[in-house]
Ligand binder design. Structure first.
Ligand code: FAD
Length: 396
C-alpha cells in the first residue's frame, strides 16, 4: 500500500466552533493562512440573515443554546465582518434578584452610554455568520482525527476524511475542540448541576430586559431573544431529570414558581440539558500545541462568560502570532497574557454559583445585603457591569 503524501500547513486549528473560526478569520485578516478541521459538517446558511423575530419554532433545529455576548465581543466580531446583526437581540437592562429573599439590583445600559449591555444570539446563528466568511478551502469538515504526534519543531496530525487517510504536518497545532473529556491536564470541579435550556414566549414582552434570578437549586437566567426568552434553568441532576420529563403545562408552572409573577410564560419550545462543571487546563501551551476557548477553560454559564472569554483567547493569540510569528516565544507570551483574564473570569463565575446556589439562612441575608449594596452603590455596580461588558479590559 502506498503512503499518502504528507501535507504541510503553518497553523492547524482543530475545532471550527465559534472560537476556532474567530481565530482563523482574525489570522486571515492579518494575512496569515491557517486550516480548520472539524468532525461536524460545515455550519449551513448565514446567521446575519437570520431574523431575531422568527421565535420559538425556528429554534427547534440545531444547537439549542443562546449566547449572551458582551459589547466587547461584538466589537471583535465586527472587525472580522461576522457580527450577525439581524440575529442579535440587545440587552438594555439586567435585573438580578434572589428567590425568597430581599435585595435586587438593576444594571442599565444608559449608565454606560452604550447601545446595549450585551446581545443575545443563537449559537447556530453565530456559527453560521462566522462560517459564511470562511473561504472554501479554509475548513476540512466531517473528519475524524486518528493520531496526534508532537515532534521538536512540528506536530503531525493523522485523520480520515471522505474515506481517505490524510497526514498533515504543522508548525503550530491549536486545539479549539470545546469542552474536553477526561484529560489529566484538566482540573474538573463538578457543580452537580445541569442547565435545562428552552425558549418561551413572555407576556407582556421582554422589553430587552434580561433576568438573573438566584434560587436555592441554582441560577435561573432569562435572555431576550427575538420575541422570546431563552431560559437557562440550572438544577440538581435529579430535578433536571424531572423537568426534562414534564409535560409543557407542568414545565411552565414550575418555571413560573421559580421566576415569580411579574410575567407569564407560554409556548415552550423543546428542552435540552447540559451537565455543568468547571474545567481548567493547567497549561495553555505544550511544545507546539496551544489550547483556546472551552478546551482551555469551560465555565458555568451563569454570567455568560464562556464564549466571551474564548473570543478574547482567539483574538489575543491572533495578535501575538501576527506580530511575532509562529515561535515558542510567541506561545509563552500568549500563555502569560491570558492568565489574569481566564483566572479572574473563572473565579468570578465560580463564586457567584457557589454563593448563590443554596438556602442557608445567613448566606441568604448576606446575599440580600450584597444585592442591595450593589443597587445603592454605583461604583460597586459599575465594577460588576464593566466585567460583563469588557471582560479583562476592565481589570483590575
Ligand atoms: C447552557 C449553556 C449556556 C451558555 N451561555 C453562554 C452565554 O450566555 N455566553 C457565553 O459567552 N457563553 C455561554 N456558554 C458557553 C459557550 O457555549 C462556549 O464557551 C462556546 O461555545 C465555546 O466555543 P468553542 O468554539 O471553544 O467550543 P465549541 O462551541 O464546543 O466548539 C467546538 C468545535 O470543535 C469540534 N470538535 C470537537 N472535538 C473535535 C475533534 N476531536 N475533532 C474535530 N473537531 C472537533 C466540534 O464539532 C465543534 O464544532 C454557554 C454554555 C452552555 C452549555
Amino acid at each position: 500500500m502506498t503512503e499518502a503524501a504528507v501535507e504541510h500547513v503553518d497553523i492547524l486549528i482543530i475545532g471550527a466552533g465559534p472560537v476556532g473560526m474567530t481565530l482563523h478569520l482574525a489570522l486571515a485578516a492579518g494575512g496569515q493562512k491557517s486550516l480548520l478541521l472539524d468532525r461536524r459538517p460545515r455550519p449551513a446558511g448565514d446567521g446575519a440573515s437570520g431574523s431575531s423575530t422568527l421565535g420559538v419554532r425556528q429554534a427547534q433545529q440545531g444547537d439549542p443554546r443562546a449566547l449572551a455576548l458582551s459589547h466587547g465581543a461584538r466589537e471583535l466580531l465586527e472587525q472580522i465582518n461576522s457580527w450577525p446583526t439581524r440575529a442579535a437581540t440587545p440587552i438594555e437592562t439586567i435585573h438580578v434578584s434572589q428567590k425568597g429573599g430581599f435585595g435586587r439590583t438593576l444594571l442599565d445600559r444608559k449608565e454606560y452610554e452604550l447601545p446595549a449591555l450585551g446581545y443575545v444570539v443563537r449559537y447556530r446563528d453565530l456559527a453560521a455568520a462566522l462560517a459564511a466568511k470562511l473561504a472554501d478551502d479554509a475548513l476540512l469538515d466531517d473528519i475524524a482525527i486518528t493520531g496526534i504526534t508532537p515532534a521538536e519543531d512540528h506536530v503531525t496530525v493523522a485523520l480520515s476524511h471522505a474515506g481517505q487517510q490524510r497526514t498533515i504536518q504543522t508548525r503550530l497545532l491549536i486545539h479549539a475542540e470545546g469542552t474536553p473529556d477526561d484529560d489529566p491536564d484538566v482540573k474538573v470541579s463538578d457543580y452537580v448541576q445541569h442547565a435545562v435550556v428552552c425558549e418561551v414566549t413572555p407576556t407582556p414582552g421582554h422589553n430587552k430586559r434580561a433576568w438573573e434570578r438566584f434560587t436555592p437549586d441554582g441560577p435561573l437566567a432569562l435572555l431576550p431573544l427575538g420575541d422570546e426568552y431563552s431560559i437557562v434553568f440550572t438544577l440538581p441532576p435529579a430535578k433536571a431529570d424531572a423537568v426534562m420529563a414534564m409535560d409543557d403545562e407542568t414545565f411552565l408552572a414550575t418555571l413560573q414558581t421559580q421566576f415569580g409573577q411579574r410575567m407569564t410564560f407560554s409556548r415552550p419550545g423543546p428542552r435540552s440539558r447540559f451537565p455543568l462543571a468547571l474545567r481548567m487546563r493547567d497549561t495553555l501551551v505544550k511544545g507546539n500545541e496551544v489550547w483556546i476557548g472551552n478546551t482551555a477553560q469551560t465555565l458555568h454559564p451563569v454570567s455568560g462568560q464562556g464564549f466571551n472569554l474564548g473570543i478574547r483567547d482567539a483574538w489575543q493569540l491572533a495578535e501575538i502570532l501576527l506580530e511575532n510569528g509562529v515561535d515558542r516565544g510567541s506561545l509563552e507570551n500568549y500563555a502569560a497574557s491570558r492568565r489574569l483574564d481566564r483566572q479572574g473570569s473563572a473565579f468570578f463565575t465560580d463564586r457567584i454559583v457557589r454563593t448563590f446556589s443554596n438556602d442557608f439562612g445567613p448566606l441568604k441575608l448576606a446575599r440580600g445585603l450584597g444585592l442591595l449594596a450593589l443597587d445603592l452603590c454605583p461604583p460597586a455596580r459599575h465594577f460588576v457591569a464593566k466585567r460583563m461588558i469588557w471582560g479583562a479590559r476592565a481589570w483590575p
